[in-house]
Design a protein around this ligand. Structure first.
Ligand code: SF4
Ligand code: SF4
Length: 370
């Protein structure tokens, strides 16, 4: 039964398959403490489902096995971004994987039900459900959790989307994976915002991924200069991981990069109106940041280029209807400096009504005068 299910999963386009039992997760306590220490930051919604993550039976009481699957999304190496080019996390270069994976997982569940016969029950999850996916994946032997807290497969590296089918079928578990980081600390050393409190322990409040994707309000000023030109996600702690030398280019076309997303032109993106934005990011994970969040991130990235070529588009952004964008554009102009930036800030201050934006403008002007 198990080999039939494995064959079916591979046939459906999953690249890695593993099986584990329905026992509670050994690392749930670690996860609970991580939440309690506030490391989830703006992802406060995680607290709501904390107890459901204790183990598979919280989600399917009659669960006896978990079929874990993964899809490779590595789209090849990318040249370093040019002066006014930004970075979008690799997982968001193509289609949104939630939809792509969910369809396949539902097919897999139907197949499992046919194989298991009547009475076979199941549920599928892909990232959005309250499930400790990496924990299940490690226990199923698909890969080990690295010090960068990603799941690392010895054949594909860490560029993997994970999904699961929970079922009441009793299936022989695969042996769990063993940690293989050894003495390496490359990911911990490379993080530009020092987001790792220690190995395996991420303070998401400091992580560029959280700051650019999940955070809805202003990005704390101290972090902005450290963010470089990342406009959606980061990937640095994966790019430096030696296990990713083994990554191979995905065969899934849905994850191949869309034109303009691999090294996005920051000025062009900042100039997008709502219609262009919706067209470019249709079915893309980037939409999670919303247009306002993306423009906030773009303002920071443009400021970090230090390029006078960014001043015209940032000056226009000072008139953005969203105070969040105006405030970050002011910060960016203060970072770039020069006569044109000063003038734009002065003109905006004269007409700005929002206290928070005024405060950003004054702080930017103060920085320029020191
Ligand atoms: S994604 Fe970037 S900011 Fe976040 S932990 Fe990794 S290197 Fe640090
Ligand atoms: S960079 Fe090194 S320490 Fe970090 S996850 Fe990879 S192997 Fe582990």
């Amino acid at each position: 039964m198990k080999s039939e299910i494995r064959q079916l999963a591979l046939h459906l386009g999953f690249d890695v398959v593993g099986f584990t039992n329905a026992e509670d997760f050994g690392r749930w306590d670690f996860y609970r403490q991580w939440l309690e220490q506030g490391f989830a930051g703006s992802m406060g919604y995680l607290l709501k489902h904390r107890d459901l993550k204790r183990g598979p039976r919280e989600l399917l009481p009659q669960c006896r096995s978990v079929v874990c699957v993964a899809q490779n999304y590595y789209a090849g190496s990318s040249p370093p971004p040019g002066d006014l080019e930004g970075w979008i996390s690799r997982y968001a270069w193509g289609e949104d994987y939630h939809k792509e994976m969910k369809g396949r997982l539902l097919h897999l569940l139907r197949g499992i039900q046919e194989i298991g016969g009547s009475g076979t029950r199941g549920r599928v999850f892909v990232d959005t459900g309250p499930f400790l996916e990496r924990e299940a994946a490690m226990r199923s032997g698909m890969g080990f959790i690295g010090k960068n807290s990603c799941l690392i497969n010895q054949k594909f590296g860490s560029w993997l989307f994970l999904g699961e089918v929970l079922t009441n079928l009793p299936l022989e578990p695969d042996p769990p994976a063993v940690p293989r980081c050894g003495r390496c600390t490359r990911c911990l050393d490379a993080c530009p915002t020092n987001a790792f409190v220690g190995p395996y322990l991420l303070d998401a409040r400091r992580c560029i991924s959280t700051l650019t994707i999940e955070l809805r309000g202003p990005i704390p000023r101290d972090f902005r200069p450290l963010m470089g030109t990342h406009v959606f996600g980061c990937d640095i702690c994966q790019e430096v991981c030696p296990w990713n030398r083994f990554a191979r280019v995905t065969s899934h076309e849905a994850y191949h990069p869309r034109a303009g997303l691999q090294a996005p032109d920051l000025v062009e993106l900042m100039g997008l109106d709502l219609e262009d934005y919706q067209k470019l990011f249709r079915k893309s994970p980037v939409k999670r940041a919303k247009l306002v969040g993306l423009r906030r991130n773009l303002a920071v990235a443009l400021g970090n280029t230090g390029s006078p070529e960014a001043v015209p588009v940032l000056s226009l952004a000072l008139d953005d209807p969203e105070p969040l964008v105006r405030g970050h554009a002011a910060w960016a102009l203060g970072r770039i400096g020069g006569a044109a930036a000063r003038q734009a800030l002065k003109e905006r201050l004269d007409k700005e009504g929002e206290a928070e934006v005024r405060e950003e403008i004054v702080a930017a002007q103060r920085r320029l005068s020191t």
